[in-house]
Design a protein around this ligand. Sequence first.
Ligand SMILES: Nc1nc2c(ncn2[C@@H]2O[C@H](COP(=O)(O)OP(=O)(O)OP(=O)(O)O)[C@@H](O)[C@H]2O)c(=O)[nH]1
Ligand SMILES: [Mg+2]
Length: 490
Amino acid sequence: MRVIVDSLEMASNVPKASEPPKASGLATIAAIATPLGRGGVGVVRLSGARAYDIACTLTGKSAFTPRMASFCRFYQADGTVIDEGLVLYFKGPHSFTGEDVIELQGHGGMILQNQLLARVFELGAKQAGAGEFSYRAFDNDKLDLVQAEAIADAIDATSAAAASSAIRSLSGEFSKKINQLLEQLIHLRLHVEAAIDFPDEEDVDFLSDGVIQSKLEQTQDKIQQVLATAKQGQLLRDGIHVVLAGRPNAGKSSLLNRLAGQERAIVTDVAGTTRDTLQETVVLNGLTLHLTDTAGLRETEDTVERIGIERARTAITQADMLLMVYDVTRDLEEEDTPLQLAEQLFGELPEAKRLLIIANKSDLLSDLLDDSSSQIHSVSQIAIKERGYEQVNVSCETGAGIDNLVEALCAKVGFHPPENSLIARTRHIDALRRTADSLAEAHEQLTVFQAGELVAESLRQAQNSLGEITGAFSADDLLGKIFGSFCIGK
Ligand SMILES: Nc1nc2c(ncn2[C@@H]2O[C@H](COP(=O)(O)OP(=O)(O)OP(=O)(O)O)[C@@H](O)[C@H]2O)c(=O)[nH]1
Ligand SMILES: [Mg+2]
């Protein structure tokens, strides 16, 4: 990029538009594209048919060269200078949105940026809505839906792995997989339609000669592969909600602090220390964990503690994963098995895939090994394993076992991101599942009933569901939902 410093033009602040306004139904939009606050540089971005003229009037320059940076002053209508900085011009369709785009790179300060934006509005631009730049890029076929979503996901990424996966999706890797599948489906549909239109051609029954069935099965396999990749991508993007629950004094807050690597929650030996729920997000082994520490579960007359326990119960019902923390010394003394304890605490035993039993204070266990508690321990361990549950022994005091806990957590949710993972959303998984369901239906209609018309219909539905992912068949309300969650200026 070359910086053109045109001092002569800088000196002249006579508003001058160099090109006639282009006809366009869409307003020219503008927004501050960088976070508002103190910063070296702040960017106001414009897109639309009038962006170029607005930049000319704002700077008093008569022309900008596409893809070159020009150093300019930005003027108010009365000729006073608002700020100075670079103007970048991307001529449509060779721009992010596909329209003419101007970027005004001034100084990053709230007052300056707002003054610049207000001036741009005065010259005819309109405030951009959330995600409106990206929507225009989508509308002008510069991006498909998966890529547009990947922009928002890259911005919001909470881990390095999520960010690089989002960038891979943005570069079109995920879309390519979906498009290859769509192509495969379209071929399959053509075969089926031909078999319906030309039954028993040359004594061959296309529906039952096995070719369509094997192509269909190949497509089903591919969908399952993409679904597996997408599930990893969704875990990468969204992480999981983990609730730490248990009796008072079990060490829940100590565990939160251990996992967070800082003294986030108050820890004391007073039972009932934690009253309210407390959230902390951490990234461990590449997986984002949204942790919630809760009040210890017990009967109490204390009003504040009771409200805390109610909140704990709400958090428990909403968790992807429950860590039931128990004090291994105390519960062994009471001859209480961890599964009985979990049942008592949660009303019923949660599903095995949602529960991880954390035996805390294992550093104190050695003092107990000469009594019967070690026996109880191993008996309860067998019961836990037999019923598909898992227990991890930790010491929040020493940090022992914490790595095993994180590994067990990743294994439980099936998180093992491949080297080149791609970011994905619940929406994509839902569409892939519906595609897989329609293909399964098609398979049944083909192999059990040889019902060509119904096979064709199921394949059509499969294609529609799959097409939703990249936006080939997306409804307007879905688009509104997707772009509405973007930040302004993107
Ligand atoms: N020896 C030992 N003590 C621990 C361990 N973990 C926690 N403690 C102690 O146990 C006590 C209770 O710990 P907390 O983390 O406050 O327990 P909690 O489950 O959050 O308790 P409430 O907030 O009251 O429900 C504190 O004195 C901790 O120092 C551990 O692994 N080993
Ligand atoms: Mg606590």
